[in-house]
Design a protein around this ligand. Structure first.
Ligand SMILES: C[S@@+](CC[C@H](N)C(=O)[O-])C[C@H]1O[C@@H](n2cnc3c(N)ncnc32)[C@H](O)[C@@H]1O
Length: 323
């Protein structure tokens, strides 16, 4: 069977540039349909805005990175100890990334820690800041437990806000703190869901399933499928290269996917601070006219700040910096 190949006369093209290839004249689409930038030309309809390039540090099973992927970013994962790579041997590439994200190990700052802190928590926070400084992105996001120290890096203004799983559609009694650093001083405004008629997160989750995820998750009597689902994953989730117990642990240590998505969307929509509309405590909530704080918890936070003095002074969270 012979198939008829299209001839030049079969091609319907705008009148335009012609180019001679061997003996065949190929007619090219008219220049007017192309966007020209110097010598580079591309059809307009094929041009989509480039995705933001994100470097995800301390990825674990990378649910935090996955949230940014779902929000439309291109995510590159950094070294992960579970897979035999150490962040101490890693260096950032300057000027390539739009965003550096990461959730360093939180055991030293966790309220369930029994012994003295190992020092690893602060060391890993400093490696996170070192790599941000090396990559020099416009913004970074650090995710951790509520007791994590404040991070500071020259050239960035840092907003600290918390998210409860129930505010993000989840069913866990789980709160994470996010520190968003932005060179322009912009802030994020996470879209939290109202959780109870009384407006308390605790009330909402006690009526649902409160779960302890991270410490010994395989001992709390729940199935692996439920463990996955509580984190926003399908029950059949697997990570090649991880044995079952390591997988339980890595999933339990991850940012719940729904929470990650709320944080990622807020980060991607960050904008300049509006002193009249934004809550003074930096939580990213909007305030009603003439108010300065959004909730009773925000007022308490501001009161604690006033009483505690400047960051790093006694009674305040410690501060970790780089260098
Ligand atoms: C809190 S978990 C990160 C969870 C992750 N953000 C997610 O959402 O799935 C911290 C991770 O840091 C990894 N880690 C700890 N020390 C490390 C090191 N020295 N180098 C690389 N990764 C390390 C741990 O193995 C763990 O998976």
């Amino acid at each position: 069977m012979t198939r008829r190949l299209p001839t030049v006369t079969d091609l319907v093209v705008a009148p335009a540039v012609t180019r001679r290839l061997e003996n065949v004249t190929v007619r090219m689409p008219a220049v007017t349909t192309l966007r020209t930038a110097g010598a580079v030309t591309r059809p307009l309809e094929n041009v989509t805005p480039p995705a933001k390039l994100v470097l995800s540090l301390f990825p674990g099973v990378d649910l935090f990175g996955e949230a940014f992927r779902l929000a439309g970013c291109s995510v590159v994962t950094g070294p992960e100890k579970l897979f035999g790579r150490d962040i101490r041997d890693f260096h950032g590439v300057p000027g390539r990334f739009d965003l550096v994200i990461g959730g360093p190990p939180c055991q030293d700052f966790s309220s369930s820690r029994r012994g003295p802190p190992s020092g690893l928590g602060v060391e890993m926070l400093r490696h996170f800041l070192r790599i941000v400084a090396e990559c020099d992105p416009p913004a970074f996001v650090l995710e951790n437990v509520p007791r994590v120290p404040d991070v500071r890096l020259d050239g960035y203004q840092v907003q600290r806000f918390d998210l409860w799983d129930a505010e993000c559609g989840g069913r866990q009694l789980r709160c994470r703190h996010f520190q968003y650093g932005d060179r322009r001083g912009w802030i994020c405004r996470p879209k939290r869901q109202p959780v109870t008629p009384r407006g308390t997160v605790r009330g909402a989750v006690t009526r649902q399933v409160a779960v302890a995820m991270a410490s010994q998750p395989w001992q709390n009597g729940r199935s692996f499928r439920d463990h996955c689902r509580a984190q926003g994953l399908p029950g059949s989730f697997r990570a090649p290269g991880l044995r079952k117990r390591a997988l339980w642990w890595a999933i339990g240590n991850a940012v719940p996917l729904g929470m990650g998505l709320v944080a990622a969307e807020a980060v991607l929509a960050a904008g300049p601070r509006d002193h009249a509309a934004d809550c003074l405590c930096g939580c990213g909530r909007l305030v009603s006219p003439r108010a300065v704080t959004a909730t009773a918890a925000c007022r308490k936070r501001m009161e604690r700040l006033r009483r505690g003095g400047a960051p790093g002074t006694p009674g305040r969270r410690p501060v970790v910096t780089w260098p």
